[in-house]
Design a protein around this ligand. Structure first.
Ligand SMILES: *Cc1c(COP(=O)(O)O)cnc(C)c1O
Length: 397
């Protein structure tokens, strides 16, 4: 009898009682809009921004309606205009090229390595095509940030970081999102803190953040921000910047604040699960684990491995066999976009050029979520199932 996994890959943990109590307080007050605060009260959103700025060591923080909104706002605040080109990862999720398209700009895709990070050699050849790189730390894999920043700084390319999968992570002790001009984060249900929808921008640049605050829909109430730039930074921005509303609200902020305090502990729990799966899959013939730098302190909310150079039908076979045993795997190599996985060449509005080396890697990427509702025993079982099914298909080949 073969073992079957019965857990759900999409079931996150419940919102804590502490966060529920904070949410109830906001609900009872009726003051859900971030600027609708009582005399002498800061409001949960402004407090959340202060908390997140402290956590990341950023001078300024702005909470917004989604991670995708944070990315688009970052591009606008950095001065990206319609028709501009923006460098970004070929291995990322749809909201990243979508944010670029939303400001009328055009993505230029940069390849992915077998370690699932941006290919710095490919980046070098494309630096003269754009002034901005929107760097996606896709699935939490962080490239050599010192090398990347040196390359981009030398060419005057501004870096905006997509940290949807790296909230709480760091490279050589510097929090993810703090290398480039702006760091963007998501608080959507599948990320590292959960408010359903939501996001953050952080930066040390007062002018950039003044524009971001105005863009988000602050009206002339920007002085109510606890982690915003000083009023003088708004002298010009308040007249020049269109309002493209995308504010965070006090209800979501209230449930995020206790979660931020838990993040360090949650990180340990995610990484323990990752380690069990990694151990369980080690030395499986035909399966390649992703190597990670000593400098990278990641938050493993998902797991990837490569079935590199496998024929497509064998990969589908593995997926089908694992699914039959309750293990839901996603394949980034699938020719048709499905679920949350799609590839750069399925975003047809972006007219991408052919990238054979990247296609080879994408064709082998298999992905699974690691919700914290999985126990370590669950993770060991998932690894046994994947190992058995990969081996069965590999040996039959
Ligand atoms: C989820 C995600 C985003 C955007 O976040 P939303 O809050 O869902 O808009 C951006 N980049 C990546 C890589 C993501 O996974």
């Amino acid at each position: 009898m073969s073992e079957i996994f019965t857990g759900s890959f999409t079931q996150q943990e419940p919102i804590s009682e502490e966060a529920i109590a904070a949410a109830l307080e906001v609900l009872r007050s009726g003051r859900l809009h971030r600027y609708n605060v009582a005399e002498g009260e800061a409001g949960e959103t402004a407090l959340l921004e202060q908390d997140f700025a402290r956590m990341t060591g950023a001078r300024f923080c702005l909470a917004v309606a989604s991670g995708g909104y944070a990315l688009a706002t970052a591009l606008r605040a950095a001065g990206v205009a319609p028709g501009d080109r923006v460098l970004t990862n070929a291995f990322t999720l749809a909201p990243v090229p979508g944010a670029i398209a939303s400001v009328g700009a055009r993505p230029v895709f940069v390849g992915v390595t077998e370690d699932l990070v941006i290919d710095l050699e490919d980046l070098r050849t494309k630096l003269d095509r754009a002034d901005v790189l929107m760097l996606s730390h896709m699935r939490g894999h962080i490239c050599d940030m010192d090398a990347l920043m040196a390359i981009c700084n030398a060419h005057g390319v501004t870096v905006i970081e997509d940290c949807a999968h790296t909230m709480g992570a760091d490279w050589a002790g510097v929090p993810s999102g703090r290398h480039g001009l702006i760091g963007c984060y998501s608080t959507q249900t599948y990320k590292h803190v959960n408010s359903g929808e939501g996001g953050f921008l952080v930066s040390d640049d007062a002018d950039v953040m003044a524009r971001a605050v105005m863009l988000s829909g602050s009206y002339m109430l920007f002085d109510r921000h606890l982690a915003g730039p000083p009023p003088e930074a708004f002298a010009q921005a308040k007249y020049d910047t269109p309002n493209i509303s995308g504010r965070m609200d006090n209800l979501r902020a209230a449930i995020l604040r206790p979660q931020l305090r838990q993040l360090e502990a949650q990180k340990e729990r995610w990484n323990a699960r990752y380690a069990v799966i990694e151990e369980g899959l080690r030395d499986t013939a035909g399966l390649r684990l992703i190597s990670r730098s000593e400098q990278e302190r990641f938050v493993a909310s998902s797991f990837q491995f490569l079935l590199l150079d496998w024929p497509a039908e064998k990969v589908t076979d593995v997926l089908r066999r694992c699914a039959a045993r309750g293990v839901e795997l996603k394949w980034f190599g699938a020719p048709e976009p499905a679920g949350y996985t799609s590839r750069y060449d399925s975003w047809r509005y972006a007219d991408a050029e052919a990238m054979p080396a990247t296609d080879r890697v994408l064709a082998g990427i298999v992905d699974l979520r690691l919700p914290l509702t999985f126990s370590l025993e669950d993770c060991a079982l998932i690894a046994r199932i994947i190992r058995a099914e990969v081996s069965a298909v590999w040996q039959a080949a």
